[in-house]
Write a new protein. Structure first.
Lengths: 294, 348
């Protein structure tokens, strides 16, 4: 005889009650808060991480200045620095998301807290997103500050079509979250190896999505056979092109409306793919017993 | 009628392990961690799962707590099906599975409890109250606001125990909860477990410490090699081998003595319980210890064994395990003697 649910249900405890939206949001906020508290216990790493952002921005800015002859008006340099800075912003979001999701998942595996999380009824995807939620807000603030500083140094940085740019950034971040979920799934299964993969991916995107230079700097063979097949390339191209005011030659890969469509598709499809892949791998590790392996 | 709050139907779990042979070669091996386990645990009981390391206790607990998917079979926890209502199962249970692991070391004890309470969707107000209750109950006040990294092993264990109570779940899974605690703390934890049970919690308690199971559990299942080999109250299990006596011997005992003792008529089994520093502890199951004592001493002295201690004793759950498996149960259980049949009877 099998125990059929309701008549045998002895409802005690908090978790057996139906979960409402308010409680879900409250749990999400608590998860994000915990991430911030944990960060605050590593003050030096915390400060170093963000100081590093400014140092990198300065590095790229000075590198760009090196190629400008003193006779050229500084206005020629501004779009190039814009290309770099705005590409760098996309790079920061992408890197932080995939690094943070994968790395913190690995850390949880290592500490044994991942199993604790899986023992609870909390939404696992929500937990993954909460890890980067706080850092996303912080990164956004840092990006704004970085743009202001660079703009001050150069005496102005183009910031056109802000609303369109924010829309592109929104779908880009959503797509990056999708990549993050894929990466989380990979980390769940491959463990340590995933850290090497993230390093590789960061450089891969950096180079082939022309994050710090115009696509025209890439050889034709690379641009046409690799860059054009990576959705992130269109995010980078569209985002910086609209911000620098769509000068001649920008966007470089496709007409803007097509690029925007690709970015929207990327922002919608990738998280769905990431979610299902994560769920699939989650099932696999629960079958082979490697969820708690470290 | 007492209802099963946990009902396990034919759960089996097979793992595929890879044995590395050469640099890039590995041989796959099937490990049957659980074999058709059927079990009912009733509402309000303390149920003990006993067995040596690798017997399948933790695998069974992990299946019941949704950390592992069984290869076949199913279970109902608090009325919810394991595979169909994962989250409701999780909400119905409190778990202490990984000992001191499973805590955030950079958070304080209080922050840990608060966070895990949030994961179980315990409303903030209730969470605060519950944390205060747990601080009082488990005497955490002295260290609750320090980061966990500064805790001793025992303090981490007690915090992990507190964590399992944060959602006031009806069912508690405690996997070797006293393993790193000192005697005093372990005794106190057992008394808290008893108190929780009196307040209506059903407790599934795994241990390899027989005295713990004897003291705490209403019923006990002995698990070995993925199978439940004995099930009942501690008294029932002990009475199942009541016709046998146990003689414990300690001293310097040459290996051949064990076989010579086994060969004596009236001896059912002789097991090396532990060895080290040239000393051996021997457990002898026999029909009548008073009658057998002189014969055992005679065989031992004839084989140059030095007896330091010899004592006929009451039957314990460990003796039940020995009688059922032909092996001793210890932290690092090893098969020290081969199971054998004496007088045409299986020791199982």
């Amino acid at each position: 005889m099998s125990v059929e649910s309701k008549e045998y249900t002895i409802c005690k405890g908090f978790g057996t009650t139906e979960l409402n939206v308010r409680q879900s949001i409250s749990t999400f906020i608590d998860m994000s808060k915990k991430t911030i508290v944990e960060f605050s216990r590593y003050p030096i790493a915390f400060v170093a991480m963000f100081a590093q952002i400014f140092l990198m921005i300065l590095m790229f800015m000075f590198a760009a200045m090196m190629f400008m002859s003193s006779s050229e008006p500084s206005s020629n340099m501004v779009p190039l620095v814009g290309v770099m800075i705005y590409g760098f912003i996309i790079n920061m979001f992408l890197s932080f998301i995939i690094w943070e999701i994968g790395f913190s998942l690995r850390e949880e595996q290592f500490r044994g807290t991942l199993e604790s999380l899986y023992l609870s009824p909390a939404n696992k995807i929500s937990n993954l997103v909460s890890r980067i939620f706080a850092i996303l807000i912080w990164t956004s603030l840092m990006c704004i500050l970085a743009v202001v500083i660079v703009s001050y140094i150069l005496g102005g940085l183009p910031a056109e079509n802000l609303l369109v740019a924010l829309g592109i950034l929104f779908f880009t971040i959503s797509g990056c979250l999708g990549i993050g979920l894929v990466f989380a799934a990979v980390t769940l299964k491959l463990k340590e190896t995933a850290a090497l993969l993230v390093n590789f991916l960061q450089f891969f995107f950096m180079i082939f999505c022309a994050m710090f230079f115009p696509f025209s700097a890439l050889p034709d063979v690379v641009r046409n056979n690799i860059s054009r097949y990576i959705p992130v390339s269109y995010c980078v191209d569209a985002f910086r092109s609209v911000l620098i005011g769509l000068p001649e030659g920008y966007p470089e890969l496709m007409p803007l409306n097509i690029e925007i469509l690709i970015v929207i598709a990327f922002g919608i499809i990738t998280p769905i793919v990431g979610y299902f892949l994560y769920k699939r791998i989650e099932k696999i590790v629960k079958i082979d017993g490697s969820l708690g392996e470290y | 009628m007492i209802q099963p709050i946990i009902k396990i139907e034919n759960i089996s779990k097979t793992f595929i392990s890879k044995e590395r042979k050469k640099l890039f070669r590995a041989k796959k091996r099937k490990i049957e961690a659980l074999k058709n386990v059927d079990l009912e645990i009733y509402d309000g009981e303390i149920f003990g799962l006993l067995g040596p390391n690798g017997a399948g206790k933790t695998t069974l607990i992990k299946c019941l707590t949704t950390l592992l998917l069984p290869s076949s079979g199913t279970a109902w926890i608090n009325g919810y099906n394991l595979q169909k209502h994962e989250n409701l199962v999780r909400a119905s249970i409190g778990c202490m599975l990984m000992g001191e692991r499973g805590l955030y070391w950079k958070l304080t004890g209080r922050e840990n409890l608060d966070y895990f309470g949030a994961l179980y969707h315990v409303p903030k107000k209730i969470r605060r109250k519950k944390i205060e209750e747990l601080i009082e109950l488990l005497k955490l006040r002295d260290f609750i606001d320090r980061t966990v990294e500064t805790y001793s092993s025992g303090q981490k264990m007690i915090l992990a125990f507190a964590k399992s109570l944060i959602n006031e779940a009806p069912i508690l899974f405690l996997d070797e909860p006293t393993v790193t605690m000192d005697v005093h703390a372990a005794r106190e934890l057992r008394s808290i477990v008893k108190g929780l049970n009196e307040n209506g919690h059903t407790i599934v308690y795994t241990t390899h410490l027989m005295h713990e199971a004897d003291e705490l559990c209403d019923r006990v299942a002995i698990i070995d090699k993925g199978e439940i080999i004995a099930l009942g109250t501690p008294a029932e299990l002990k009475s199942s081998i009541e016709h046998e006596d146990v003689v414990n011997v300690e001293g310097t005992i040459p290996p051949n003595v064990v076989d010579n003792i086994r060969a004596l008529p009236g001896i059912r089994e002789a097991i090396v319980k532990s060895e080290g520093n040239g000393k051996t502890k021997l457990g002898i199951l026999c029909e009548n210890s008073r009658m057998m004592l002189p014969k055992i001493i005679e065989v031992m002295t004839a084989n140059n064994a030095q007896i330091e201690y010899i004592n006929p004793q009451d039957i314990t759950l460990e003796d039940v395990f020995i009688a059922k498996t032909g092996r001793a149960l210890s932290i690092d259980t090893r098969e020290v003697v081969k199971k054998r049949k004496i007088g045409g009877q299986s020791s199982r």
